[in-house]
Design a protein around this ligand. Structure first.
Ligand SMILES: *Cc1c(COP(=O)(O)O)cnc(C)c1O
Length: 377
C-alpha cells in the first residue's frame, strides 16, 4: 500500500467499506505499459474502474478508451476525450446504442457475428469494424469463456462480407483472458491473426489493426511478470508473425492499469466458530461478493489482506465471508487464508490490489447495503 493511501485512511478515517485509489500508481502503470509497448496504442478498458478522476488522468496522459456502452462513452467524453480515441468494443450492442455512439462521433466498433455486423452497417455507416476471435482463456485466472469472439473461419467469412458492405473492415481483436500470467498466450493468438491477415489480403481485404486486448495482471498474493516482460513477448511475437509489415497495434488494459492502485478498507463485523471444536474461525467483513468483491467467485481472484495485528505470529486458518444474508456471500473457504488470533470484532482490515473490478461490481442496494464508496487521491 502506498504512503499516500495509508495517510488518507489515518487522517480521514472514512466510513467502511470504501475503496481508495492512488492516482500516482495509475499514472505509473500507464507509463510502464507505454514504455513496455511503445508501438501500441493504449485503450483503457473503462469497465475496470470508471471513476471520473481516473478517466481524466488517463485522458491527460494521452490514453484512448475501450468502452462497452453509451454511458461509458459519455463518461469518457465528459473526461475530455475526443471520439476518435474511443472504441465501442462490446460485441453485444443494441442497434439504438450503436446509432447513439455514431452520433457522438465514435467510428470504431467490434463485432463477432453477422447480425452485429449488419446492425453496425445500418446504424454506423462507413465506420471501421474489427472482428473478435475466440481464444481458449487458458492460463488466465479470470477467463472470459466462449461468450465473446467467433472462430477463425467465421471471422474470415465475416471480414470478407464486410468488404462488400458499407463499413470498413479494419482489424481483428482477441482477449487472452483476464489476469493472464502466461506470456505465450498472446503468441498463440497473434499467430492466428497473422494468418488471417495474409489470407484476407490475398482476397483483397487489407486489414490495418490488431487489437491485443487486455489480460495484463495485477499482483495479488503471488508475483506476476512485469509489464516489460509482456511488452517483449508481444513485440517479439508481432515481429515473428508479421515481419516488417506490422499493423497498428492496440492494447486494452483494465486490471493492469488500476488493480494495484486501490485498497479497500473494511471492518470486521463478526468472528465466530460453528462448533466448539472446529478449528476454522469464520470472519465476517462488512464487504463481500455483493459489495464489490465479485471476483472472489469460485475464489478466482485472491486478494491480499492486511490486519492491524499482522505482527501477531499466532494465526489460524479462517473462512472469510461478507455481511449479506446470501449464502453465496462467502469470499474464501477453500483457499488458505490465515489471520492472527488476536484479530477482533471492529478491527479494520485492508484488502489490497482492489482498484479494478470492485466499484463496478458492487450491487446497488442488496440487503440495504450502499454501493462501494470510492475516493481517488
Ligand atoms: C474487460 C475487457 C478488457 C480488459 O481486460 P483486463 O483483463 O482487465 O485487462 C479489455 N478488452 C475488452 C474487450 C474487455 O471486455
Amino acid at each position: 500500500m502506498t504512503e499516500k493511501i495509508a495517510r488518507f485512511f489515518e487522517e480521514q478515517r472514512p466510513q467502511t467499506p470504501c475503496l481508495v485509489v492512488d492516482l500516482d500508481v495509475v499514472e505509473r502503470n500507464y507509463n510502464d505499459l507505454s514504455e513496455a509497448l511503445p508501438d501500441a496504442r493504449i485503450y483503457y478498458a473503462v469497465k475496470a474502474n470508471p471513476a471520473p478522476e481516473i478517466l481524466s488522468l488517463l485522458n491527460r496522459l494521452g490514453s484512448a478508451f475501450d468502452t462497452a456502452s453509451v454511458p461509458e462513452i459519455e463518461m469518457v467524453l465528459a473526461a475530455g476525450c475526443t471520439p476518435d480515441r474511443i472504441s465501442y468494443g462490446n460485441t453485444i450492442k443494441k442497434e439504438a446504442d450503436i446509432r447513439r455512439a455514431f452520433e457522438l462521433g465514435v467510428r470504431l466498433f467490434a463485432f463477432d457475428s453477422e447480425a452485429e455486423l449488419e446492425k453496425i452497417e445500418r446504424a454506423a455507416p462507413g465506420a471501421r469494424v474489427f472482428c473478435r476471435i475466440l481464444t481458449s482463456g487458458e492460463g488466465a485466472e479470470w477467463p472470459l469463456s466462449r461468450k465473446f469472439g467467433c472462430d477463425l473461419p467465421m471471422a474470415r467469412e465475416l471480414l470478407l462480407k464486410a468488404r462488400d458492405m458499407n463499413v470498413e473492415p479494419w482489424g481483428v481483436s482477441f482477449h487472452v483472458g483476464s489476469q493472464q500470467k502466461d506470456l505465450t498466450q498472446w503468441d498463440i493468438a497473434i499467430a492466428q491473426v497473422a494468418m488471417l491477415f495474409r489470407d484476407l489480403e490475398a482476397h483483397g481485404v487489407d486489414l490495418g489493426m490488431i487489437n491485443l486486448g487486455g489480460g495484463f495482471p495485477t499482483r495479488y498474493r503471488s508475483d506476476v511478470p512485469a509489464s516489460a516482460a509482456y511488452g517483449e513477448a508481444i513485440f517479439h511475437s508481432l515481429r515473428q508473425h508479421f515481419g516488417n509489415h506490422l499493423p497498428e497495434a492496440i492494447v486494452e488494459p483494465g486490471r493492469g492499469m488500476v488493480g494495484n492502485a486501490g485498497v479497500i478498507e473494511s471492518e470486521v463485523v463478526l468472528i465466530s466458530r460453528k462448533s466448539a471444536n472446529e478449528r476454522k474461525r469464520w470472519v465476517y467483513l462488512d464487504i463481500g461478493k455483493f459489495g464489490g468483491l465479485a471476483e472472489t467467485m469460485d475464489e478466482a481472484i485472491q486478494y491480499p489482506i492486511e490486519t492491524p495485528v499482522d505482527h501477531d505470529e499466532e494465526t489460524e486458518p479462517v473462512v472469510l465471508a461478507g455481511p449479506t444474508c446470501d449464502s453465496a456471500d462467502v469470499l474464501y473457504e477453500k483457499t488458505e487464508y490465515h489471520l492472527p488470533l488476536s484479530l477482533k470484532v471492529g478491527d479494520r482490515v485492508r484488502i489490497r490490489a482492489t482498484g479494478a473490478y470492485t466499484t463496478t461490481y458492487s450491487a446497488v442496494c442488496f440487503n440495504g447495503f450502499s454501493p462501494l464508496q470510492s475516493y481517488c487521491i
